[in-house]
Design a protein around this ligand. Structure first.
Ligand SMILES: NC(=O)c1ccc[n+]([C@@H]2O[C@H](COP(=O)([O-])OP(=O)(O)OC[C@H]3O[C@@H](n4cnc5c(N)ncnc54)[C@H](OP(=O)(O)O)[C@@H]3O)[C@@H](O)[C@H]2O)c1
Length: 399
């Protein structure tokens, strides 16, 4: 972006921030007033029903539950007779487990004794024989079994674990992967237990850090099997207990499809592919590494994408030069047309189980960590990311 464009962006950002601040104040006043007057049909404020919100997402009404419905005292009372056995202590086990513990619930961890997780759990203050056990013992002690093993491990261990999940227990997942693709994973859930899902929309590290900041991560919840009639309520309560702020309703199928699709697409795979393609063309056309990196990654992540995240796509367009804006608006439909067939191919590969099969085959190999590390090293060694390392050092905050 030219310095003129950058200056314009700054001015425009400052102006919009001022406008937004007024708009936000107005929105706050509208919400406060809404409590004392009837809500009109067209009003954009959320409608409250016993603390549950029905929110109009661009014309589609959805039910959203919030943390405020489940204060800590209510959670403690609701789970007073439960032992939450959290199996696996990877990213989610860490985040959800520590949040449950800080919420004062009776939570225990189950991991294999010779694995890295046993050591990690001890470092986080879980005590062997008190609230840290091997997997079998933890499941036997638990009334709610939270299966947070890696998806491949859930499949590998299922034949052993299944008989331990006896009538009366609740089975909990954070991904629809194992039950939805049961033909491949062999995870056929017992017919006499509630089976529920809470899927935080982020890494377990974020589940933990947001909780510590007094905020909550967005999560989705779903019910696979309801034998007690209480499965949905329990899923929502657990979502809050593990550290969610807002909890969105979904199904196991929709959760697993959108999740596998999203991470392969815009969230990770797609965006990496797009960065590489743009960078390579710039380099092949004679641009220097720093110029190619700055115009592909640095400006995107440091300047423009945060604007999309904070205020939306229209704001980002509005904040850029007329030249940048015109070209981007013209080229966007071409990229969409070129990419949509790839996204459809990807969605089909998710639905037909090819992506699940690939993931199970790769992640079940005993040396999968070494193989994955080799792939990460290949990424680190790419020119674009080596250049990125140097560019990051030159950021104002690193000087
Ligand atoms: N990570 C995320 O951002 C995220 C977000 C939302 C939902 N989820 C879902 O949450 C669940 C857990 O994911 P995660 O990323 O937290 O976990 P992960 O890192 O994929 O899995 C780690 C756990 O699995 C255990 N494990 C692996 N192989 C095992 C085996 N053969 N026997 C026993 N234990 C084994 C590991 O123990 P050892 O240390 O002993 O190997 C470790 O405790 C998954 O269903 C995932 O899809 C993850």
């Amino acid at each position: 972006m030219s310095s003129r464009a950058a200056l314009r962006l700054l001015r425009s950002t400052a102006a919009r921030t001022a406008v937004r601040s007024t708009t936000q104040k107005r929105a706050f006043a509208a919400l406060a007033n809404a409590a004392t007057r009837p809500v009109s049909k067209a009003a954009a404020v959320p409608m409250m029903t016993r603390g549950v919100k029905t929110i109009d997402f661009a014309g589609t009404k959805e039910v959203v539950h919030e943390r405020a419905d489940w204060p800590r005292e209510k959670l403690l009372d609701y789970f007073k007779n439960d032992t939450l056995a959290l199996i696996g202590y990877g990213s989610q086990g860490y985040g959800q487990g520590l949040n449950l513990r800080d919420n004062g619930l009776n939570v225990i961890i189950g991991v294999r004794k010779d694995g890295a997780s046993w050591k990690a759990a001890q470092e986080d203050g879980w005590v062997p024989g008190e609230n840290l056990f091997d997997v079998d013992t933890a499941i036997q002690k638990g009334t709610i079994v939270m299966n947070l093993l890696s998806d491949a491990a859930q499949s590998e261990t299922w034949s052993h674990i299944k008989p331990l999940i006896t009538k009366g227990k609740t089975l909990y997942f954070s991904h629809g992967f194992s039950p939805v693709f049961k033909d491949l994973t062999k995870v056929e859930t017992p017919s006499d237990v509630d089976v529920i899902l809470v899927a935080p929309k982020g890494s377990g590290r974020t589940v933990r850090s947001l909780f510590k900041e007094g905020r909550g991560i967005n999560s989705s919840y779903a019910v696979w099997q309801d034998v007690t009639g209480k499965a949905e309520e329990r899923a929502i309560a657990l979502a809050v207990a593990v550290g969610s702020g807002y909890v969105y309703q979904t199904t196991f199928e929709k959760e697993v499809r959108s999740d596998l699709y999203g991470e392969r697409g815009c969230l990770m795979g797609g965006i990496h592919g797009m960065f590489l393609a743009q960078y390579e063309v710039l380099r092949e056309r004679g641009h220097s590494p720093s110029e190619a990196f700055n115009e592909t990654v640095e400006e995107a992540t440091q300047s423009l994408y945060p604007l999309i995240g904070k205020y939306g796509m229209d704001y980002m367009y509005d904040a850029c030069s007329t030249t940048a804006r015109r070209g981007a608006l013209d080229w966007s439909p071409k990229f969409k047309a070129a990419l949509k067939p790839v996204f459809n191919e990807l969605y089909d590969a998710v639905v037909d189980g090819s992506e699940t099969k690939r993931s199970l085959e790769f992640n079940s190999q005993p040396d999968y960590r070494e193989k994955f590390e080799k792939e990460l090293q290949e990424i680190r060694d790419l020119e674009i990311w080596r250049v990125g390392k140097e560019v990051r050092k030159l950021r104002p905050e690193n000087n």
